[in-house]
Design a protein around this ligand. Structure first.
Ligand code: MG
Length: 479
């Protein structure tokens, strides 16, 4: 475990009894860093100014990237909400916790789901709470909404938020057919009002509001977040702020609605940028900048079913729901002034790496009794070392659809994000060099049989690490 630089220096000077300590005297005793994880929902790789968006204004995230590390090859554990979030919080692929979809029918938890993240899983919050952190979850959870599965059962002292997706529980639309594709339902998604949905807001494990007033939800999550920071300024804290937006339906506060050049989607992203600014301003006002690691990312790529109200994956191919880069590579920023070395990092990282990384930074032991799929990125963050992550597995439900090793990515299977078309098996796999061809346009399989053989070996080795697990997504209340 590496002690943060400034406190170590202050301690050394204090021990030496030097008169130099005056400027450092205000440095508090070494304590593990505060951790803030801000997660957007369905935000694409290309939706931030600093990731190249031409019209959405994100000055706070742009500055956060300049002050910290912008990771351009950062991945989620799966390209839809539930398994992605399970992977982030446990440091493990969702197939190990049973939160992987078994088919395309139920890829996430729904209001009639009775499963959730098992108590046997260890979350970042549980690890940090055991290390003395105050912990809170604000926003979307989507790892089970019944009491045994809520944040308060998984290491968070408190929870405030919409426990699953904001488009669930649509109030029945007269004359609309069952299923999501009905034009009347689509009309409501594209021109939403809060009363069209009956989603709850929970406070801890109780319903505090129903239907959720989604038009103010980003602002209220932000107020909860800054209050939590102020109330816990004197001890280590972990804030998991998982915005409901920009998942469809899109809602922005009056201060942001109609203001961006990118339409409703841009309004929502610009409000999230404001929210990030509120969190950073609060940290600065409390002199916590140099004691707080802030991470910003997204749970999966943009939802492409809703035309211009979906986000953008920028130069990447594909979107949420599938295993091309656009579905699984997300815009990610780390900031910790005085500690995280400012850089643009093109090496691979993943949301699953947060758990082992935070264990290292907080001086907490990582779980040893189970397989972790995450790796410790602290060397890259603090010292600019190459990322230790060598591979990325692209799961779709129970199957490894694709695998990246170094610059090469092999697609063994492909399937469109949500269409009814069947899965396509590729033998030989499609092979792309992502460093040279991030848009996955030029298949180089014929030139690299050796690379394909190596990637097949890695996939086979991975398969041997899997054991039987009870699936949680198939559990539902009988109708
Ligand atoms: Mg999502």
């Amino acid at each position: 475990m590496r002690t943060p630089r400034v406190p170590k220096l202050a301690a050394a000077l204090a021990v030496a009894g030097l008169g130099l300590v005056a400027p450092l005297a205000a440095v508090p005793p070494a304590r593990p860093p505060n951790v803030v994880i801000i997660l957007a929902d369905d935000m694409g790789w290309g939706d931030l100014g600093v990731f190249g968006n031409p019209t959405i204004r994100t000055p706070r995230l742009d500055r956060m990237a300049a002050e910290g590390q912008k990771w351009t090859s950062f991945y989620v554990g799966e390209s839809v909400c539930t398994p992605s979030r399970a992977a982030l919080l446990t440091g493990r692929l969702a197939i190990r916790s049973g939160l992987n979809p078994v088919d395309d029918e139920r890829r996430v938890f729904y209001p009639d789901s009775t499963g959730g993240l098992p108590a046997s899983e260890i979350t970042i919050a549980e690890i940090l709470r055991a290390r003395g952190y105050a912990t809170t979850a604000i926003g979307k959870w989507h790892l089970g909404h019944l009491p045994p599965f809520l944040p308060t059962a998984h290491g968070f002292d408190h929870y405030f938020g919409i426990p699953y997706s904001n488009d669930m529980e649509m109030i029945p639309v007269p004359g609309a057919s069952f299923g999501g594709e009905d034009p009347k339902k689509r009309e409501r998604m594209m021109n939403p009002r809060p009363e069209y949905w009956n989603v709850p807001v929970l406070r801890d494990d109780k319903v505090a509001e129903r239907p959720a007033d989604q038009s103010s939800i980003t602002r209220r999550y932000t107020e909860e977040a800054t209050r939590f920071i102020r109330e816990n300024a004197s001890r280590p804290f972990f804030l998991y702020l998982a915005h409901t937006m920009p998942h469809m339906p899109l809602f922005a506060s009056p201060e942001f609605a109609g203001k961006s050049r990118r339409g409703r989607y841009g309004d929502v992203i610009e409000e999230i940028d404001w929210s990030v600014g509120q969190v950073l301003d609060t940290l600065r006002a409390l002199s916590l900048d140099e004691q707080t690691l802030v991470v910003f990312s997204s749970d999966n790529g943009p939802w492409s079913l809703f035309d211009e109200q979906g986000g953008s994956a920028g130069p990447l191919r594909g979107a949420k729901g599938a295993t091309f880069e656009g579905g699984m590579r997300v815009p990610t920023i780390f900031r910790w002034p005085g500690h995280v070395v400012p850089a643009v990092v093109a090496d691979m990282g993943a949301t699953m790496d947060l758990l082992p990384t935070l264990c290292a930074l907080a001086g907490a032991p990582a779980p040893r009794d189970r397989i972790l799929d995450g790796v410790d990125l602290s060397g890259t963050l603090l010292r600019g070392e190459p990322s230790p992550r060598q591979d990325v597995l692209y799961y779709r439900g129970p199957k490894v659809y694709a695998l990246r090793h170094g610059p090469y990515k092999a697609h063994f299977f492909t399937k469109s994000e949500y269409g009814p078309d069947p899965e396509v098996a590729h033998d030989p796999p499609l092979l792309f060099n992502l460093d040279e061809d991030p848009g996955e346009r030029f298949d180089v399989a014929a030139r690299h049989p050796d690379v394909i053989a190596a990637l097949r070996r890695i996939a086979a080795e991975h398969a041997r690490t899997l054991g039987p697990v009870e699936n949680q997504l198939t559990k539902r209340a009988s109708p």
